[in-house]
Design a protein around this ligand. Structure first.
Ligand SMILES: CSCC[C@H](NC=O)C(=O)N[C@@H](CC(C)C)C(=O)N[C@@H](Cc1ccccc1)C(=O)O
Length: 615
């Protein structure tokens, strides 16, 4: 077979399984398959058995959240955000809901007789003025909240009736049935002054009495049951810290000192799930999301190493996951929960069997203050040295690079094929190295982590890997912030591509949907906001800078990019601003394929123009 290197157009060939649901008899797994269809990301449902032959379940374009009924006869799923049913052995789907703003993922009652879900409801009619009284008044990818709330509904399959079972509460998260089917637990804002999409207290609704009971005072991201005990993935208190796994008021994952990962855009993980007397959950370690089991004897790692778990489904002693490795973007696997052994049953990566992709080299750098920071290098060992080096800064700041093959950053493989080295560093502030490390940049964005990057570059130059005249910088979101900040501290970057930027923290706190969280949990007082804003130091910048930004980004609003573009232009620094029409913050993750391809193409071109050739 004639081998080739990755090209950016390959992102159109990537097919990604997600959101698995294992059948009660453990024989097969239903999942969402996302693939590029023209300029859309098509999502349809498939299933696969232990024979490893995937088969289509639905032919929709926006089919998500497949859920086997406990009796195994039916699969509930979302189509265009409405709840549908499909006979598990095939047949015609049936639409169950027609809600104005759609429904959230369906959750079967233990007796397979009912389905619960949370659904957005809006007291503000379309086109009417939007009144805001809460600090979080908009959400990226959703828009202005106004009178938007979220309530819990139950469908009775006997008569297909759809009943709203909560009213007074403000924002209800996806519910979880108690084992006896009499109660529903969910995260909710009881006080009414809470913020949608912000972590909220857990409550239990008694369906026969409609009584709602508050469960503890943890702010929770997700709820599930372990026997008759409620299990919470809880947020820390006032500042950024590890998310915890709480059952009966106790943090079951305390001994790990790792962040519990319930799963979410760009943050792989899965909802904790009971496996007999054990409880399975995900936590991040050294950049990877691993699978753990809580047993009477403590917490044990089930799936570790260079693997990332981004989906989990457990039923009657069987389990399935979505797993990524250094060689595969994402595949479906059956899991032996007793041993942690994985049996892959899909091979979507095989479409790239003719591609030579470069695996990452693990690296550790001891910084001058004694802190060790870890990461990976992607480079072709046969490439001439010293060669061009790209420093790519991850987001968060509490996100992290992992070594697995990823489609968001296919440009890494393209650059490596052109002789580049790509540094993927997890500096202080990154997740996966303990709470103290995660908190090491609080109140000191840029200041605390800059030397981690600059000293790692020094090391690679000293090793003869990196040409000091061809060092480039890029990053998105928090990485975009750092791609503005670092060039105010040094002129060593021959080329910079800043994506989804934050350039002015003072205005960002007031205009970002995460503004209150940034101010409260990350930066602290207003005086620090100005000092840590790249805009306050833009006079120092000389590096040619390409700015790439989503027009509808509410996490890092477009004004952050426009201010930086204007300030650089005003100082004669070579700069260009590219705005992606209608794109929200996460467009680089799941936006239009043409936008994702354009974004990555521009990075490669800008780096080639300003740092690719020897001087
Ligand atoms: C309390 S700070 C804001 C927290 C939030 N963290 C996780 O999402 C966040 O949105 N951080 C931003 C940067 C911040 C607004 C300065 C961020 O970096 N978000 C994402 C962006 C992303 C994720 C996955 C794929 C592409 C982009 C990130 O955490 O990496």
């Amino acid at each position: 077979m004639a081998m080739r290197r990755h090209v950016l157009e390959d992102l159109r060939l990537v097919r990604l399984p997600s959101d698995p649901s294992i059948s009660p008899d453990g024989s097969r797994v239903a999942y969402v398959l996302t693939e590029v269809d023209g300029d859309e990301n098509k999502r349809s449902l498939w299933w696969v058995g232990r024979d490893g032959t995937p088969r289509p379940l639905t032919r929709g374009k926006a089919d998500t959240a497949p859920r086997f009924s406990p009796d195994g006869r039916t699969i509930a799923f979302l189509r265009d955000k409405q709840v549908w049913l499909l006979p598990a052995d095939g047949g015609e789907p049936e639409q169950l809901t027609e809600l104005p703003l759609g429904a959230g993922p369906p959750v079967w009652s233990p007796d397979s007789g009912r389905i619960a879900f949370a659904a957005a409801v809006n007291a503000t009619p379309p086109g009417e003025p939007v009144v805001s009284e809460r600090p979080m008044h908009k959400v990226d990818g959703v828009g202005r909240l106004g009178g938007l709330g979220s309530q819990v509904f139950v469908v009775d399959l006997a008569d297909r009736s759809v009943t709203q079972v909560t009213d007074g509460t403000a924002f209800a998260g996806t519910p979880a049935w108690s084992p006896d089917g009499t109660r529903l637990a969910f995260a909710d804002q009881l006080a009414g002054d809470g913020d949608m999409f912000a972590p909220a207290p857990a409550v239990v609704l008694n369906l026969s009495t409609s009584d709602i009971e508050l469960v503890g005072d943890d702010k929770v991201l997700a709820v599930s049951w372990h026997g008759d005990d409620l299990v919470l993935v809880a947020m820390p208190g006032t500042e950024a810290a590890n998310q915890t796994l709480v059952r009966d008021g106790r943090n079951l994952a305390a001994e790990l000192d790792r962040n519990v990962m319930p799963g979410g855009g760009g943050y792989p993980g899965a909802l904790p799930q009971a496996f007999g007397q054990e409880l399975l959950f995900c936590a991040r370690d050294n950049g990877c999301t691993h699978l753990y089991s809580v047993k009477n004897s403590g917490v044990h790692k089930l799936v570790g190493g260079g693997r990332v778990i981004s989906g989990l489904s457990v039923a009657n002693g069987s389990a399935a996951v979505i797993v990524s490795t250094v060689d595969i973007f994402a595949e479906v696997a059956f899991l032996d929960p007793a041993t942690g052994d994985l049996s892959l049953v899909t091979s979507y990566a095989s479409v790239f069997d003719d591609v030579v992709h470069v695996r990452p080299e693990p690296r550790a750098f001891t910084i001058s203050d004694g802190i060790e920071v870890r990461g990976w290098l992607r480079r072709d060992p046969s490439a001439p040295t010293p060669g061009p080096l790209l420093v790519d800064v991850h987001g968060g700041p509490h996100n992290a690079w992992s070594p697995v093959r990823d489609w968001i950053h296919l440009y890494h493989q393209v650059l490596v094929a052109q002789g580049w080295t790509v540094l993927l560093l997890n500096p202080r502030g990154s997740d996966g190295y303990g709470e103290k490390f995660l908190q090491a940049a609080l109140g000191a964005w840029g200041e605390a982590d800059e030397r981690d990057f600059l000293e790692a570059v020094d090391s690679l130059v000293a090793e003869g890997i990196a040409d000091p005249d061809r060092v480039a910088l890029t990053g998105y979101s928090y990485g975009g912030y750092m791609s503005c900040w670092l060039p105010t501290r040094t002129d060593r970057f021959a080329a910079v591509v800043a994506g989804g930027v934050i350039s002015d923290l003072t205005s960002a706190v007031g205009t970002s949907d995460a503004g209150p969280a940034i101010a409260e949990h990350e930066i602290g007082g207003p005086d620090r906001l100005a000092a840590l804003s790249p805009l306050a130091h833009v006079a120092e910048v000389t590096s040619p800078t390409l700015i790439l930004h989503g027009e509808a980004d509410q996490r890092c609003p477009i004004g952050q990019a426009e201010q930086w573009f204007h300030a650089l232009h005003d100082r004669g620094v070579p700069t260009r601003l590219v705005v992606y029409p209608g794109a929200s913050h996460l467009f680089v993750l799941d936006g239009k394929p043409s936008h994702r391809l354009d974004y990555q193409s521009r990075i490669v071109a800008w780096l080639d123009q300003y740092a690719g050739k020897r001087s």
